[in-house]
Design a protein around this ligand. Structure first.
Ligand code: NDP
Length: 348
């Protein structure tokens, strides 16, 4: 369904650093997690020339595979009985590629959205610039950091935000998982596969996580001989290091006393923020926490732009499930299709 590209009224000088000849797509999907890949299955299967920018591995922003790569066990995604998040994402990725979606490992750095159907959207990535008639934003969310001394310095040298990626490095060691939500509880239970001792440090005296895993964590904590302990109401103040790698944390305990915990690894699992900063100045509208705002009954983003849709964790702060992200992203793909078949075709 690819046409010869319509001309853009966006001046070339708007993107001076991105010099390579632009490629034009019917749809560029920014973000290669479950939402982006699901949208890509639909747009590519519909015959639209589709590019998925899946991000890069340099940071935890726009990471290829997205949040599913951080998930150890998936058993509630319909049609996928049980397995690692990475296995599920590999299947969805293959499915998108089989329908002709092109996937590039590259991070969108800035975008300029069109405000008229005959304009093309501009997506800048590394040294390349892509143009698209429609864009679907599925960049997800990024792991929050504690912001305490030592955390950033020793990231990758004992500090991690991905137990499923890095857990194996801590075989036979002692680790702490900071947080009390579903991610922290899942990560802490997962780390029992590797570590000889696991501590979970929620900052409150209750877990935010309420599911079966949370109950399992509390039961394990109460078992005297388990290798799993919850240190309730703990606030980490510093990540400590010895010989250039993590040696422990200093935390304020439930009695407001400072204590040290000797550790080989620290997993920070305190929630995520939407990965939307690259959209600054694009015409996208955000709420007070940086989530993309869409129109009330549509995936079209709010504001004056045309042909831009969004789904997944960059939009949704309520459900945040793989299946809800995938479902909403498919709605975005169908709305992009309707847009491409009507707005751009009739008027340009
Ligand atoms: P959440 O926002 O649910 O939880 C964040 C946790 O981190 C809370 O316990 C919070 O404490 C704590 N926290 C936040 N900031 C700090 C800080 N500065 N210092 C110490 N602790 C801090 O994030 P999650 O990533 O756990 O989950 C995100 C969403 O994804 C949720 O909706 C969750 O249900 C969902 N999810 C579902 C899964 C599943 O169904 N299997 C698996 C993983 C995630 P406090 O509670 O005191 O605010």
């Amino acid at each position: 369904m690819t046409d010869t590209a319509t001309t853009s009224n966006i001046p070339e000088e708007a993107t001076p650093k991105y010099t390579q000849v632009m490629e034009t797509y019917d749809v560029v999907i920014v973000g290669g997690g479950v939402a982006g890949l699901s949208a890509g299955i639909y747009t590519a299967r519909d015959g639209f020339k589709t590019l998925i920018l899946e991000g890069d591995f340099e940071s935890n922003v726009q990471m290829p595979g997205g949040a599913l790569l951080l998930t150890s066990d998936i058993e509630n995604f319909p049609g996928f009985l049980h397995g690692e998040g990475s296995e599920l994402i590999a299947v969805i990725r293959t499915q998108a590629e089989n329908f002709g979606a092109e996937i590039k490992t590259a991070k969108a750095e800035s975008v300029i959205f069109a405000t008229e159907p005959c304009e093309l959207h501009v997506i800048n990535s590394g040294s390349k610039t892509y143009r698209a008639k429609a864009v679907i934003l599925t960049t997800g969310a990024i792991a929050r950091q504690l912001g305490v001394p030592g955390e950033a310095e020793y990231y990758g040298r004992g500090v991690s935000s991905c137990a499923t990626c890095d857990g194996d490095f801590f075989k036979g060691g002692t680790v702490a998982v900071i947080g009390g939500g579903d991610t922290a509880v899942e990560d802490a239970l997962y780390m029992r596969r590797f570590a000889k001792q696991v501590y979970l440090l929620p900052r409150g005296n209750d877990l935010r996580a309420k599911g079966p895993e949370a109950r399992e964590a509390v039961i394990l904590d109460e078992e005297p001989d388990s290798n799993f302990d919850i240190l309730w109401s703990s606030t980490v103040e510093t990540v400590n290091a010895l010989e250039n790698k993590v040696a422990g944390v200093t935390y304020r305990d439930a009695n407001d006393q400072l204590s040290n915990l000797d550790l080989d690894g620290v997993f920070v699992a305190i929630g995520r923020d939407p990965a939307t900063s690259f959209l600054s100045g694009s015409g996208a509208v955000f709420d007070s926490e940086g989530y993309i705002v869409t129109e009330p009954t549509s995936t079209k983003i709010a504001g004056d732009t045309v042909g831009v849709f969004a789904a997944g964790d960059a939009v949704d702060k309520v459900f945040r499930q793989a299946i809800t992200s995938a479902g909403r992203a498919v709605e975005a793909a169908l709305e992009a299709r309707a847009y491409l078949l009507t707005a751009t075709r009739k008027k340009c």
